[in-house]
Structures are given as C-alpha cells and as structure tokens.
Design a binder for this molecule. Structure first.
Ligand code: FAD
Length: 311
C-alpha cells in the first residue's frame, strides 16, 4: 500500500508525485498514458520561464523529474473504480482495468480532460497544423490571419472575443439556431468589427493544402447548401470533457459538468482524497495551473497524513 497514490500522469499528477515523494511519503502514480494532453501538443509558448518547448519534450522532462525520486510509476494503467476508506485515515482502494487493486491512505485524482472533437474530415489530419483547441495557447500563432471558432457557447464566444483582438478576422460557427453564450458576451462579440457570426451552420469539413489548413466547409442547415470559408485556422470550442466517468458511483462530488469539486486546498468532499488539474472545478485549464494545483494537492495530502493516523 501507498501513503499517496496519484491517479493520472499529466502535469498535475507529475507535480503532485514529486512533492509527496520529497516529503518522504511512499508514492505511486497510475496513469493511462503518462504525459497526458501534453503528448498531443506541439509548440508550447506559455510555460512560464521556458519561452518555447514542445509537448513530447515537456512530457519527457516530466518523466525525468519523476524518475529522480523513488516513485512507483505504473504507466498504461487505467483506473476504473474508487472505493473510499470506510474510516478517516484508512485505506482507499483503486481498481485498475486489468483487475489489480491498489491501496493508499491518500489519493490525488488528476485524470485530466479531453477536448470534444468535431469528428469531421480534416480535423485530425490538420491538428496542430491549423486546427487548434486552446485560444490562450495558440491564438498568437494566428496573428493577423483568418480563423474560425466552432461553437457558440460561453467558451466559443470567449475564444472569438479573445482571438478577434489578435488575429485578422474571426468567423464564429454555431450549429444551433442561436448562440448559447451569456448575453453580455454576445453583445461584446457583436460589437467587434472583424467578426462574422454564422448560426444554423454545420461544419462538415476542414480543408487544407496537404500542409496546413486553408478553409472550412459548412452546411447551411436551413437551405442545405454547402459553403466554403477560406481561412488559416480553426479553433474547436465544443466542450472540454473531464475524465471522471469512472468516479460516478464513488461518492466523490462532481459538478454538473462532471468536474471533481474541490475547495481552495484541492480537497474533495471525501477525507484524504484530493484532486488537481483539468479534471477539477479549478477555472482555466493550463499546464502551469495544473502543475500548481498538483503541488497544492500534494501539500494538502501531507497535511492530512501528519494529522490522521491509520485507524
Ligand atoms: P492531463 O494532461 O489531461 O493528464 C491526465 C492524465 O490522467 C493522463 O496521464 C491520462 O492518461 C490519465 N488518465 C485519464 N483517465 C485515467 C484513468 N481513468 N486512470 C488512470 N489515468 C487516467 N496548456 C498550456 O498551458 N499551454 C499550451 O500551449 C497548451 N496547448 C495545448 C494543446 C492541445 C492540443 C491540448 C489538448 C491541450 C493544451 N493545453 C495547453 C492544455 C494542457 O495540456 C492541460 O491543461 C494540462 O495537460 C492539464 O494537465 P492535467 O495533469 O490536469 O491533465
């Protein structure tokens, strides 16, 4: 059994494990894919103090940092069930897909999230070559260019407002007959002169020249006609889904979006169980934030372990 078991090996989980190992606690990490979303990222320009890096390189550095300590890394292991301790300070159980059970006095849940895909031709092919998911990360790469934002909810409209200040022109594409974002955001967007808003428009393809994105095809859902918009970038903003389906019957409180509810100390509603990063209610999903949250959850686990003996 572990004193600390981290579930998830992205930036949040890696940070958490380094912190608890440095406190001298026996620490394990079970991760479906060590590295997390960072593995799918190309250029990273907002990891503060590192002006430029690339996802696979950062993932290797996370691995190297974790390897500096006596941390039991269980890669390619998916957690499927959590059974909380029956008494405060007792052992929680994590069940893995392969049937194995891991026990730990504290858990740090850091299973991250995944962007919902459009699922249209060209989206996968041109990922990181014009198709992007994070305006904070990739917006500046499209300075002066034409982009589309797919999705008219709060995140899509916020992204469009953000991008309109950086890029040359933004086309917002919404499937529904109207935008769903808060009115104040819609008003702000409509006041911007370099933005077109298309509603009732179904994106059917992202097109490219073999190297990079060169346009987007959408179907007018009223007339059934297809139209092409020429542009250099497509930001997909149709939802970020937390990887928390496996926690549904565990007793861990989740928000209506499926995010693990945490307080300012990264504590969940269950004693000895903490959570960090994109799988939680923490606002803004970014690498530096996930690392900070992982560190915070680790220090909270430390605090819990020194206060609660094993019953
Ligand atoms: P994740 O990175 O999602 O890691 C989750 C971990 O949990 C993974 O190891 C995963 O395999 C594991 N896991 C999931 N489910 C289970 C399970 N049931 N059992 C066991 N393990 C599980 N942020 C920036 O700051 N700058 C950028 O430039 C940037 N660019 C991005 C580009 C792309 C294409 C994407 C997708 C994201 C980008 N982000 C960027 C966001 C950033 O990657 C995330 O905010 C960050 O990775 C979150 O870290 P995390 O540790 O919370 O979760």
């Amino acid at each position: 059994p572990f004193e600390v078991l981290v579930v998830g090996g992205g930036p949040a989980g890696a940070a958490a494990s380094v912190y608890t190992a440095r406190k001298g606690f026996s620490t394990g990490i079970a991760a479906e894919r060590f590295g997390g979303q960072v593995l799918d990222t190309m250029g990273i320009e907002n990891f503060i103090s590192v002006p430029y890096t690339e996802g696979p390189k950062l993932a290797r550095q996370l691995e190297a940092h974790v390897a500096e300590y006596d941390i039991d890394v269980m890669n390619l292991q998916k957690a499927v069930k959590l059974v909380p301790a029956s008494q405060t300070g007792g052992y929680h159980t994590i069940e893995l897909e392969n049937g194995a059970e891991l026990k730990a006095r504290t858990l740090i849940l850091s299973t991250g999230a995944r962007w919902r895909n459009l699922g249209v031709p060209g989206e996968f092919e041109y990922r990181n070559r014009g198709v992007a998911y994070c305006p904070h990360c990739d917006g500046p790469l499209f300075k002066g260019k034409r982009v589309a934002v797919i999705g008219g909810g709060n995140s899509g409209v916020e992204a469009a407002i953000d991008l309109a200040g950086i890029v040359g022109h933004v086309t917002l594409v919404e499937f529904d007959t109207k935008l769903r974002a808060d009115q104040v955001l819609q008003d702000k967007l409509r006041s911007m002169t370099n933005v077109d808003i298309l509603v009732n428009a179904q994106t059917t393809e992202v097109t490219g020249d073999g190297e990079r994105v060169d346009g987007l095809v959408y179907k007018d859902r009223e007339s059934g006609e297809e139209h092409k918009v020429e542009l250099e970038g497509v930001f997909v903003q149709i939802g970020l889904v937390p990887n928390t389906e496996w926690l549904k019957d565990s007793g861990i409180a989740l928000s209506k979006f499926g995010e693990i509810e945490i307080d300012g100390h990264a504590a969940t509603n269950l004693p000895g169980i903490f959570a960090a990063g994109d799988c939680t209610t923490v606002p803004y999903k970014q690498i530096v934030i996930a690392m900070g949250e992982g560190s915070k959850a680790a220090l909270s686990a430390f605090d819990f372990l020194i206060r609660n003996a094993n019953p």
